[in-house]
Design a protein around this ligand. Structure first.
Ligand code: NDP
Length: 395
């Protein structure tokens, strides 16, 4: 298969699966990027022989330069090095699987370099969806979703016209705490939150799946990718993760995509589109699946879904504020500094205090709001930690 790709965030969960796809499909890989993990990167670079490797962390780039000195692979360092790699690379498709806000500038660079964007980094669209999609349209660049739900919707949208869509049905696994009350959520641990029932993913998105913030992000992602307002996107809990999402048309036909849960199919679809090619993922055996179940999400115990829908409507920098507060809160939770419920408290508090940010529509305004939200979230968590030390009360 004569395709040349770049993989951003190559050492992560999606990134390594993208590498699997490249191996299986025989794509040439011209650029790999990561942040700090130079050990994994050295091994991928030696195997795949890209012309460029970029490490966002300067000291990791320095170490990797020494390790790859016997090769002709060019190692570039720093966040600007990642951008430089995107422009220098000969890739026609760039898989962006960087985690978090750090993926936004690379997404814009891919578009500016006129390369297809295979987008796993949903934060690019959560933070600056209007800007990203407008720039892609202006430059005639395809943005192909790698997120499984959006990949399913993208495929299902081919069954009718945009004007004939009644609503999107976005499926959610429900995460490890499906059916828990708010009180039970008050007792869950980091290990409980990291035990996702169907998907094996990076830690941040696994915690976001447990809080349902991930589904909130995905609603906003869908608004921008498909131009459908948030109130026409219904989230449905589907524990088996077999129906990856669907589109309901005005004649009440529902067209969805079913397959085993495997991100490699989504990466491959995004790179090979509009072609379909054989895949190494397992076939779907409906007999062994047996039955598919669907439930309404509990938006009271899991308040992020309603928050994300509300902020999707508000637009501007509020989704970026929500994302920034969530990044800080989940990081604190993973380090044992914040309880699970504390993630909700932090994000809701920061969104409440910065609620006037819906007017910010420029990248600079959004970045400023992101910085402010991070600082506020850190301050809120520190105050909670101090209160806990004084009062012995964990929340
Ligand atoms: P991981 O944490 O597993 O991997 C993140 C990758 O991004 C790593 O390669 C990491 O490098 C790199 N990275 C982290 N910070 C920076 C930075 N500041 N600059 C440049 N690179 C950086 O994440 P996932 O693979 O789970 O998720 C990646 C994205 O894909 C997220 O947006 C997530 O929401 C989305 N997604 C993930 C799915 C999954 O199944 N995991 C499914 C659908 C979407 P290093 O290893 O050096 O730290």
């Amino acid at each position: 298969m004569d395709k040349t790709i770049a993989i951003l965030g190559a050492t992560g969960s999606v990134g390594t699966q993208a590498i699997d796809v490249a191996r299986a499909r025989g794509y040439r890989v011209d650029l790999l990027t990561a942040n700090r993990d130079f050990t994994a990167m050295e091994s991928f670079a030696r195997e795949l022989r890209p012309r460029y490797v970029a490490m966002a962390d300067e000291s990791a780039a320095h170490e990797l330069t020494l390790r790859l000195a016997d090769t002709n692979i060019k190692v570039i360092g720093g966040e600007t090095g990642v951008l430089e790699g995107i422009f220098a690379s000969r890739a026609d498709t760039v898989v962006n699987s960087i985690l978090g806000e750090a993926g936004l500038r690379p997404s814009l660079a891919v578009i500016d370099a006129n390369k297809r964007l295979a987008l796993a980094n949903k934060e690019s669209l959560v933070i600056a969806g209007e800007i990203v999609m407008a720039r892609a349209k202006e430059r005639g660049v395809d943005v192909l979703p790698v997120d499984s739900e959006h990949c399913a919707i993208f495929q299902s949208m081919k069954a009718g016209r945009h004007s004939e869509v009644k609503r999107l049905i976005l499926t959610a696994s429900g995460g490890p705490f499906f059916g828990c009350t708010r009180e039970q959520l008050g007792r869950v641990t980091r290990e409980d939150a990291l035990a996702h029932p169907t998907w094996k993913m990076g830690k941040k998105i696994t915690v976001d799946s447990a809080t349902l913030m991930n589904k909130g992000f995905e609603v906003i992602e869908a608004v921008h990718l498909f131009g459908i307002p948030a109130d026409k996107i219904e989230v449905v809990v589907h524990r088996e993760s077999i129906l990856h999402s669907a589109v309901e048309y005005i004649d009440n036909s529902v067209v969805g995509e079913l397959s085993v849960p495997d991100m490699r199919m989504c990466v491959q679809y995004a790179v090979d589109y509009p072609s379909r090619c054989p895949s190494t993922s397992s076939e779907l055996d409906l007999f062994s699946v047996g039955k598919l179940t669907f439930f309404r999400p509990d938006t009271e115990a899991f308040p992020f879904l309603a928050l994300a829908k509300r902020l999707a409507g508000a637009g501007g920098a509020m989704p970026a504020v929500m994302n920034a507060a969530d990044e800080v809160a989940v990081d604190a939770f993973l380090r044992g500094e914040l309880s699970f419920i504390g993630i909700y408290d932090t994000v809701l508090e920061v969104c409440d205090r910065l609620s006037a940010r819906s007017a910010e529509h420029t990248l600079d305004g959004i970045r400023e709001s992101d910085r402010e939200a991070r600082a506020l979230a850190r301050e809120f968590i520190e105050n909670k930690t101090t209160a806990k030390k004084i009062g012995g009360n964990v929340s």
